[in-house]
Design a binder for this molecule. Structure first.
Ligand SMILES: Cc1cc2nc3c(=O)[nH]c(=O)nc-3n(C[C@H](O)[C@H](O)[C@H](O)COP(=O)(O)OP(=O)(O)OC[C@H]3O[C@@H](n4cnc5c(N)ncnc54)[C@H](O)[C@@H]3O)c2cc1C
Length: 387
């Protein structure tokens, strides 16, 4: 094969590595089993002309200046600070829970008491995790923690993960803060922007290099064969000594020989509507009511003007079935058993020195977009000079 690098998967992990190696003068072949590049950030136009994110809403935010500067080579950005409201006890309130949410849901005297306690106990802090509130010695704070846990977290999380709340990894619970003030932004990162012309343009520009060949509708199974005993990789039936970067699921690559790695999936239901706007904000969470977790209205994310038409997306959590070709593995389910299983798969590949794993599927972990780009940039620096 006349390539130096083979990249499997054209999401941010694969495209960043393909782009960096091509810029470095290497010949790169990038394949994806889907009919498009862009991975889960892919956008498409509905019949009503509204642009949507086909695999769920994606908002860019980061504290990594390096990642922001890297992406600026491929797109312009417009300033966008994401705000979310939740439908709780018949009211729309800011999420994450902040002082405004408190005032909307508690009567004046009680909300003042809680606010004062929080400000006293968590002096000089902008936010506090829900776990910390639950573990507080102060009765008022503990009770308030239980309220937020119950109203914002328990049912949302139960819907999302479909496991008893006690089995949810602490890192997931820790992601839910209470903001100690009126900052109603969903993220507090330094850089919060959306790509001016959408995500597809970024990927097209990243791969627009004469050193890169793209093959779509191509599953790695048709291309790669790993010979674990001989410790080598066959590409199109021939031994390949270049680098192989794999960003797909590891269990699938190794024919599920130890069983499937569990994921949560989503049933994404788009609805085109004949009205200017459906809801007051881009995202409304439904922690308690309804079987869906949230509704996204895409026109708010893109600033697109389409008169009297809008498209919304309802997300229904789903158990991932690896045999069902319609299912997408969205969220790795972290627990000791699953991580051990993942490590067992990794162990099989440990002696194959020209094979690298990168990305949310290949590494079986949750990455935000910026974190996966950072990981790919770091991996490139690590391996670019290796023979
Ligand atoms: C619902 C949802 C919402 C999210 N929202 C945000 C957000 O708002 N902000 C944010 O920063 N992050 C968000 N994320 C995270 C973001 O999606 C990930 O960081 C990103 O997808 C990781 O990129 P990746 O390249 O690792 O994976 P992917 O984008 O999934 O790309 C992997 C690619 O590999 C291909 N592939 C897999 N197996 C094979 C194979 N065998 N052969 C060939 N090709 C293969 C797939 O088709 C896919 O195109 C969200 C995630 C989810 C699930």
């Amino acid at each position: 094969m006349n390539y130096d690098v083979l990249v499997v998967g054209a999401g941010f992990a694969g495209c960043t590595l393909a782009q960096k190696f091509a810029e470095f003068g290497k010949k790169v072949l990038i394949i994806d089993k889907r009919a498009h590049i862009g991975g889960n950030m892919y956008e498409e136009k509905r019949a009503n002309n509204v642009n949507v994110h086909k695999y769920g809403p994606h908002i860019f935010h980061t504290n990594y200046e390096e990642v922001f500067n890297y992406l600026k080579k491929f797109t312009g950005f417009y300033f966008y600070e994401h705000r979310v409201i939740g439908y709780i006890d018949g009211k729309y309130v800011p999420i994450p829970f902040n002082f405004k949410s408190l005032e909307l849901l508690f009567e004046e005297k009680k909300s003042l008491e809680i606010k004062n306690k929080l400000l006293n106990v968590y002096k000089n802090m902008d936010k506090v995790s829900i776990l910390e509130l639950l573990n507080s010695d102060d009765e008022v704070i503990k009770k308030f923690g239980e309220y937020v846990y119950d109203k914002v977290f328990v049912h949302y999380t139960a819907k999302q993960w479909n496991i008893p709340i006690e089995e949810v990894d602490k890192s997931v619970i820790n992601r839910v803060p209470v903001i100690l003030g009126y900052d109603d932004r969903y993220f507090q990162d330094k850089y919060q922007f959306m790509p001016k012309n959408g995500y597809n343009e970024i990927f097209n520009n990243m791969l627009n290099n004469k050193n890169i060949t793209i093959k779509l509708n191509t599953d790695s199974k048709e291309v790669i064969n790993i010979d674990i005993e001989k410790k080598n990789i066959l590409v199109y039936g021939e031994k390949f000594d270049g680098k192989v970067i794999y960003t797909g699921p590891l269990d699938e690559l190794l024919n599920y020989k130890y069983g499937p790695l569990p994921y949560r999936s989503l049933n994404l239901v788009f609805e085109d509507r004949l009205e200017n706007y459906y809801q007051p904000m881009s995202v409304v969470n439904y922690p308690n009511d309804n079987k869906f977790t949230r509704i996204t209205e895409f026109k708010y994310l893109s600033n697109q003007i389409v008169k009297n038409n809008t498209t919304i997306l309802k997300e229904y959590p789903l158990t991932y079935d690896y045999m069902n070709k319609e299912h997408v593995p969205y969220y790795a389910i972290f627990n000791e058993r699953n991580l051990n299983l993942y490590n067992k798969y990794c162990y099989c590949l440990k002696d194959i020195s020209n094979f690298y794993l990168c990305g949310r599927l290949a590494e079986y972990k949750y990455y935000n977009m910026d974190a996966v780009i950072k990981r790919a940039l770091d991996l490139f620096e690590e391996i670019k000079g290796e023979k």
